[in-house]
Design a protein around this ligand. Sequence first.
Ligand code: OTU
Length: 651
Amino acid sequence: MYEQISHSLLNEILDDLKPEIRRQDLRHFYTRLGANFYAIHNLFHHLYGQRDDFKEQMLRLVETLARQYINRPRALKNLDIARENDHNWFLSQHLVGMALYSTGFAGDLRGVAEKAAYFQELGINFVHIMPILQCPIGKSDGGYAISNFREVDDRVGTREDLHLVAEEFRKRGILLVLDVVVNHTSNEHEWAKQAIAGNKKYQDYYYIFDNREIPDMFEQSMPEIFPETAPGNFTWNADMEKWVMTVFNDFQWDLNYSNPSVFIEMLDVIMFWINQGADVIRLDAVAFLWKKIGTTCQNEREAHLILQLMKDCCQVTAPGALFIAEAIVAPVEIIKYFGEDAIIAKECEIAYNATLMALLWDTIATRNSKLLYQGLKSLPDKLERATWLNYARCHDDIGLGFDDNDVRKVGYEPAPHRKFLVDYYTGNFEGSLATGVPFMRNEKTGDARIAGSLASLVGLEKACQWGDQEQIDLAVDKILLLHSLIFSFGGIPLLYYGDEIATYNDYSYLDQVDKFNDSRWIHRPTINWERAELRHKQGTIEYTVFNALKKMISIRKETSAFADFNNRYLLDIDNEHLFGFIRFDHSRPSERVLVICNFSDHPQHIDLQTLSTSGFSMYGQLTDLYSGKSPTKFKNQLVLQPYHFYWLSEH
Ligand code: OTU
């Protein structure tokens, strides 16, 4: 948009750019900057307009963009242009993701590059390598406490190793996803060290207070994220004799985004890793970016403005790169991270579908899909050019963050229902074979979250210990059922490493001083590659799970109705054990798939006639895309075995 005030400022800034910048070929940079400058100026002004040095900061911002554009390798610039021409590229059903720790998966980054063929064997082409940047030994929160944003941690490799991974992935058509932990740094980061040494400039990079007055005001409305190990949101620093805001662990210092230098530095870091070959950047803990007294300090409007500004800026230097919002917050809040007041995603193109994840676990425990149906029905449609990351498990805990209104609507009381779920997954409920553990019980609020590997949470670990074949089969079916949903729901499915071979809990964290009090380590395994070999041996669990997922992935990729264009219709089924929806392809109306799942441990049936009201006529011959066979019917009823699913197409 053209607007005179911002345009004349842009002219001034361009005149002030250093000659070494102006000398470069900036053709694409200028057109993109021209297109986004009005928005960039507005947002930057909204956040920092009251400062005397506003114009200087604005110049610094544009200079930072120009430098990163100049640094962007030619091949990546070409990729940007190709993606601009095919702007819906990431909504395709062809993408299938996996998240992994390079150490646990393959030792280090080189190991990941060497395992690239494994991704292809399974059909994975979007790989999130969990944090790889330098962090202290011990106090690292699994890599989420970064001490140097520009260096790869020795324990995982070097920057050259990362280039090797990027190159290997690019050759094989695999997208590289990296983290930038935008909300906080380690207390051992250079900025924190400077702050501790008394440098005022760097104290302003954080929220630092002389006494408890302001911290106490904040505390009145801020929840605790890690109440067991890091109660409260502030930490006393004896060297400075000051209080530091530390929302997560006491060694994770929250960055102060009301300081434009912090914004520019962190934007520069994001662009730096995009230029190192990351296709997608996962922005950690984005809900927390803005702090305001009297609020929970999550999901504040300014947090969204910061993300919009980051996006507008990255579109200028590297429009082919995508952002993932990691905002594990209330369902109605998550969707806002695609961009508030926008039609087309203008913050993050991708967001974790934590709502679906938590609801799936509810459905497995209750064997009833009513909350799943209700919870999804309450979710507004997402924006254009935005997509979900659908996952069953990840490296974090399972938070039971459903909307209390939905919980009540389906007839449960929120607190006892959540307690039931925690009991169920920690094996404290009659008949539950789950072997999860609680994460961060909060004595004050009674809340708790759940940790445990997928296979252990569905009862496979215990069933195997007991040698109970029937229970083993049921647990395997649950693993496949959950994946059948994340593959067909719409969005990018994200597998969690190890789940493809049904990896159990890993209890070794209990013997490690820096891990034993963070139960999330129970589900951050070291892959046993000998066991993984069993995926080739018929009759093993590894074989069954791996090959079933592989098959689902390949069918997903061939099924255009599984691409993500708000092309899902949830079915209101009068059998609460069943859950289903119809996926369709807008451009080819005959391409429709009925996805239907049985969450109960008994066979269930559904009257096909009832579906015709949903526009899914049942006249054609139905084929299950997964098995290639016609579904089982009895009279005019479709029948499903316990924990079975169908992907039915009408041909
Ligand atoms: C994220 O987590 C990371 O995924 C965690 O591994 C880190 O510990 C944390 O940030 C701090 O860097 O911020 O918006 O329940 O779900 O802390 C959500 C814990 C986050 C996580 C939550 C999450």
